[in-house]
Design a protein around this ligand. Structure first.
Ligand code: FE
Length: 344
């Protein structure tokens, strides 16, 4: 990088910090991120070190798709980074992403975690699992998502809202496996087994198991890691210690998987840099950092798991369905959740 361009990017950094929108310049890439900064920062530092490309992030919990839509061709954003397939799928439907063709990505990311139309790429994976009370649920007593509708569990299940993006994907997976009528009956069964109206987040449900409000809960796998290592809120370690982790459907289609992922925006001013970033994020080096930061699984086969994941989660069978098929069922899933009054 020349002295002039260093000065320029320094000036632009100031602009990025103080201006409401990111500014474009050479040898940089601008990211709109639903993933929190602390998860991404070490990765972006490694990316800049390796490529000389500066990476700027705008983090937000919501509204990034709307922002992309409003900004249109003037958007400074090159990459959309999300914590779930939901927003990526929505972004495709709204025409906000362009396709990316890369041998590196194809080699590193299994096809089931990539969009067949090439609009998005999975970067880390997580499973939606069953957290079961060590005291009140015997090993082997519940082994599948289908079991959740069994009357044996009446008044014993906790979950967050059925309309939450994680649950919509799970219902989408059920729709793919069983079709409309059976999935509706299943949802009704699960609803009638709930210990309380759906509320809170995934960790709230594990707390409720610990407190005896319910015996089993639905939650994403990485929350276990976040709880069991939580020195700031040590009570969460006790929540995590009160449960066994059940990866469902091990004798069948495998546990439901979701991704955190990314896509390149339709009007990316730094198209080439954006692709380099996505490619970098699929490499072993980045995969390790990224997965460990949030107790997720690397999307790339062969990237070593963190010791914690190995200790508590081991090997498990993953559903082999392409996530795009599940994503395509999400609208349908939302309708079903409403129809059965799941959240009422
Ligand atoms: Fe989450």
């Amino acid at each position: 990088m020349s002295k002039t361009s260093r000065m320029l990017s320094g000036a632009l950094l100031a602009t990025v910090i103080f201006a409401p929108a990111l500014q474009a310049s050479a040898a940089e890439v601008n990211i709109y991120s639903y993933r929190q900064q602390f998860l991404i920062k070490p990765l972006l530092d490694a990316f800049t070190e390796e490529t000389g490309i500066k990476a700027n992030i705008v983090f937000s919990k919501k509204g990034l798709l709307e922002r992309l839509k409003i900004e249109g061709k003037n958007s400074p954003a090159d990459v959309l980074l999300t914590a779930d397939i939901g927003p990526l799928h929505d972004a495709v439907e709204k025409g906000l992403l362009q396709t990316v063709q890369s041998d590196i990505i194809d080699a590193n990311v299994p096809a089931k975690f990539r969009d067949p139309q090439r609009h998005w790429v999975g970067l880390t994976t997580r499973s939606r699992i069953i957290y079961a009370s060590k005291d009140r649920v015997k090993p082997g007593e519940i082994t599948t998502y289908e079991d959740l509708a069994d009357p044996e569990w009446k008044g014993r299940i906790c979950t967050r809202s059925g309309k939450h993006t994680y649950n919509l994907s799970l219902v989408g997976a059920m729709l793919e496996a069983h079709g409309q009528a059976d999935t509706k009956a299943w949802l009704e069964g699960v609803k009638s087994n709930l210990a309380r109206r759906p509320q809170g987040n995934d960790r709230t449900q594990v707390k409720a198991v610990k407190e005896g409000v319910c015996d089993i809960a639905l939650g994403n796998s990485y929350y276990f890691g976040k709880m069991i290592t939580n020195d700031k809120k040590p009570e969460q370690k006790a929540w995590a210690e009160s449960v066994n982790l059940i990866f469902p459907n091990q004798n069948g289609r495998g546990a439901h998987m979701n991704i955190s992922g990314a896509g390149i925006t339709k009007y990316a001013p730094h198209r080439a840099e954006a692709q380099k970033l996505l490619e970098f994020l699929t490499t072993d080096k980045a995969q390790r950092i990224y997965a460990e930061a949030n107790y997720e699984f690397p999307v790339k086969d062969g990237t070593p798991w963190s010791p914690l994941l190995k200790q508590y989660m081991g090997d498990f069978k993953q559903d082999s369905i392409n996530l795009q098929r599940i994503a395509a069922q999400r609208a349908n899933a939302a309708k079903l959740v409403d129809q059965v009054g799941f959240d009422n």
